[in-house]
Structures are given as structure tokens and as C-alpha cells.
Design a binder for this molecule. Structure first.
Ligand code: HSE
Length: 436
């Protein structure tokens, strides 16, 4: 017993079986971790581990020691500059490193590195939603096989706890729907357009300067980032991997100040929404798209880089999670929470799992039913629209008319728009009205 508690410290690592000639320094317990990536999130993780050392020690009862940081760049001014490496092999082959944090982003080489770390018996924590959305089922299966943990709280909602609450606190519920504002950059852009009449490009530039945007902001503004996040939540909620390729995705690049202003006239704000709903019969309806959100919805008040996620459980009713969905320290906070959880469970797996999926449980987006906000122009546009859609609510603005159609499957809506355009009406925009 004594031997187990007397931990040898020779460079901050933890070994339960001390090698010969050990110099004992007393009962100092440490867990060695490595961080792969020293960008916005990675530097935030290192910062929290260093500045909150005592706070974390009092929770964990052990010190979290950053043994290595992997990055191709030099950081000579870092207080732990001597622990940087450019060589992944130094991490994967280091038996003392028990938890590896992947915050490099992108699929390559993150996928290969994470797989190798798991197979080497190390727990892995990642903030990389692209990785989890593309390979989550496989990586969870490897973690299960190796009896280690693969955790990704920071991959959805930045600093908002959502993976752990859904996986643990809401486990008693059948979840009928998850809907959320899952991308800070686009929410920031839309908020600036709505509140300040700012142009799209200026707002995007500001979001990039503030460090919210992805390395390639197309992933934000084209909806792919939000899509990856709703895929992760859908996989977790329904137990089968949902791949982003199976999900109809639209971004916010076509949203104009006219859309924003006319939506407001109807009592709505425009938000980029990721949404998954379980239908009768068991299939799911999943989409990422800009939607009109009614002022009365809790999601309508979630502004700037904040995210909000509504989970509808059959026992709880609606539960809403709110907080900063992007940014250095909020995201790093979620990563560090996973590191602590992994350190507490070095020898036992936390249950977090879903099976692989084949997409057969997802309906075609053309079958998905919603009302539509449509902005049209042309002679007699309103009368012609009513003859196609039936009676509609409408607002006129100069030579434009905005209207809200009755609910219909999206495929039917597309056919009606084609008929309307054949009748000489130009459809300037079409945005789903969110039932949220
Ligand atoms: N680019 C992402 C966002 C970062 O704006 O939400 C957090 O995932």
C-alpha cells in the first residue's frame, strides 16, 4: 500500500512502480498530460492548468503536470518553453503521459494522432468537433477497447456544459428534440446585422479579430461548424453516429439586412440553428439552416458569440443551456474539465458511447415540414403568392413583399417557388420559420 502512495517524482511524471535508484520526494501525486496544439484553445488550456493549479489540485487531489506541448512553432516566451516539442513520437511513446489533449483542429494529423494515443492506452480529450463528427464512433470504440476515455465536452458549445449533462444528468429522458445556436461566429455576425445594421463582411472581420472564427471561416458562415455540432448532439441523443454528409446544411451568407428587418416586422430574429427532432416511427429530422426564431423563444435572446442549446426531454420538458460558445478561456475551461475527469478515471472508463450509423434513420430534408419566410418582388407578387401558397401573412416594403407561408414539406415549397417564378415573381430569399 505504502509503495502505491509514495509516488516517485523525477520530472513530474507518475509511476506506480518506481524504477531502481528512485529519489523519493514524498507523497506528491501528479498526472502528466500533453497538449497537442498551442493555438487559441491550446494556449488557453495551458494557461488555465498553470494559473488554476491550486484550484484543480483541491478538486482532483493530484497535480496536473504539463509534460509536453506539441506545436511546430517556437514559443520562447512561454513560462514552460522547455516543454515544447515538434515530435509527436515523444508524446505517444512517453509512458508517463496518461492524458493527451488534442486542440490542433482539423482532421489531419489530429485523427491519426488521437487514434495512436488511444491505442497506446492514453485517454484523449479534444475540442475538435470536425474530428468527433467525422470519426467519433470509431474513436469511442477504440477507447472502449483500450479501456481509456475519449472526451470532447469542448467540441459543442465552447464553455457550456452540454455533452456531460446530456450523457449523465438527462439520461433518464427520451429526448424528442435538440435545437441550438451552435456557432458563435455566425451568431455574432447576425447580432451585429440585427442590432447595428452592420454589413456581413465587417461583422465577420470583427469576429475573426476576436478569435471566434475557425481557421477557415467558411466552416462557420457556410454552416459546417454548426452542422458538426448538431451531428455530435444527435449521435449522443439517439445512440447512432450521424455524419455531417447526411445533414442538409445552409449557412448565413445569403442573409441580407432586408431579411433581418422584414423578419423583425413579423416578430422574429434570424439565427443559424442546428436542430434534430425524433419523429413518430423512430426516424430523425436533422438540419442546419438559418431560421426565423420568434421573439418569445428563449433562443431569440442569445446574442453575440453566445450559444444556446435547448434539449427537450420527456421527463424534464425543455432544458436550456446558455453561455459563451467560442473563445479561448471558455473553450479551454471545458477542455480542462475533461482533463480532470480523465485524471480521476485513469483506471475506469466513463460511459460515453454511441454506435456507428448508416444514415438510414434520417429523413430526406425535402420531407421536413416547416412554414417559410419568403421575400418576393414583381408585378402582383402578393396575389400570385397567395394563389400558390394559399392565404399568407405579409409585409410590404417598397417594391418588395415578405410573407410567411403555411407549413409544408420543403420539397413542396420548392415546387411552389418554381411555379411562382414561372408566373413572373422573383423569389429574393426563402428562410425556414423555426418551430422553437
Ligand atoms: N468557430 C467556432 C464558433 C468556434 O464560432 O462557434 C467554437 O467552436
Amino acid at each position: 500500500m505504502l509503495a502505491k502512495k509514495m509516488i516517485k517524482v523525477f520530472d513530474g511524471g507518475l509511476l506506480s512502480i518506481p524504477p531502481p535508484n528512485t529519489v523519493w520526494k514524498g507523497k506528491v501525486n501528479m498526472v502528466s498530460v500533453a497538449i497537442m496544439g498551442h493555438g487559441v484553445v491550446g494556449s488557453g488550456v495551458a494557461e488555465i492548468l498553470l494559473t488554476h493549479k491550486q484550484k484543480l489540485f483541491s478538486n482532483l487531489g493530484e497535480e496536473i503536470y504539463i509534460k509536453k506541448i506539441l506545436d511546430l512553432r517556437e514559443f520562447p516566451d512561454s513560462p514552460i518553453a522547455d516543454r515544447f516539442t515538434k515530435d509527436f513520437e515523444e508524446i505517444v511513446n512517453d509512458l508517463e503521459i496518461r492524458v493527451v489533449v488534442e486542440v490542433m483542429g482539423g482532421l489531419n494529423p489530429a485523427y491519426d494522432f488521437v487514434k495512436r494515443c488511444l491505442k497506446a492506452g492514453k485517454s484523449v480529450v479534444t475540442s475538435n468537433k470536425e474530428l468527433v463528427a467525422a470519426h467519433g464512433a470509431e474513436l469511442l470504440a477504440i477507447a472502449k477497447e483500450e479501456n481509456v476515455n475519449f472526451m470532447f465536452e469542448a467540441s459543442v458549445g465552447g464553455g457550456i456544459p452540454i455533452i456531460r449533462p446530456m450523457n449523465q444528468c438527462l439520461v433518464a429522458n427520451n429526448v424528442s428534440e435538440v435545437a441550438g445556436i451552435l456557432n458563435g461566429t455566425t451568431n455574432f455576425i447576425l447580432t451585429k446585422m440585427i442590432e447595428e445594421g452592420m454589413q456581413f463582411e465587417d461583422a465577420l472581420k470583427l469576429a475573426q479579430d476576436l478569435g471566434f472564427a475557425e481557421r477557415n471561416p467558411a466552416a462557420d458562415i457556410e454552416g459546417h461548424d454548426a452542422c458538426r455540432k448538431i451531428c455530435i448532439l444527435a449521435s449522443l441523443a439517439y445512440g447512432k453516429h450521424v455524419y455531417p454528409e447526411s445533414v442538409h446544411t445552409e449557412g448565413i451568407t445569403k442573409i441580407t439586412l432586408d431579411d433581418v428587418n422584414l423578419a423583425e416586422a413579423f416578430g422574429y430574429v434570424i439565427k443559424l440553428i442546428g436542430k434534430v427532432k425524433k419523429l413518430e416511427g423512430g426516424k430523425i429530422d436533422i438540419i442546419t439552416a438559418p431560421m426565423l426564431v420568434p421573439f418569445k423563444s428563449q433562443l431569440s435572446n442569445i446574442d453575440n458569440e453566445f450559444n444556446g442549446i435547448m434539449v427537450r426531454g420527456d421527463c424534464t420538458g425543455d432544458v436550456v443551456f446558455y453561455g459563451k460558445g467560442a473563445g479561448k478561456l471558455p473553450t479551454a475551461s471545458a477542455v480542462v474539465a475533461d482533463i480532470v475527469d480523465c485524471c480521476k478515471h485513469l483506471k475506469a472508463r466513463r460511459f460515453l458511447f454511441w454506435a456507428d450509423g448508416d444514415g438510414k434513420n434520417i429523413i430526406d430534408y425535402r420531407e421536413s415540414v416547416s412554414a417559410m419566410f419568403v421575400r418576393v418582388t414583381g408585378d402582383g407578387a402578393l396575389d400570385k403568392a397567395e394563389s400558390v401558397f394559399g392565404e399568407v401573412n405579409s409585409v410590404a416594403d417598397g417594391d418588395m413583399t415578405a410573407l410567411i407561408t403555411p407549413e409544408m414539406p420543403y420539397g413542396v415549397f420548392e415546387e411552389k417557388c418554381t411555379a411562382l417564378e414561372a408566373d413572373g415573381v422573383k423569389v429574393l430569399s426563402a428562410i425556414r420559420v423555426g418551430d422553437i
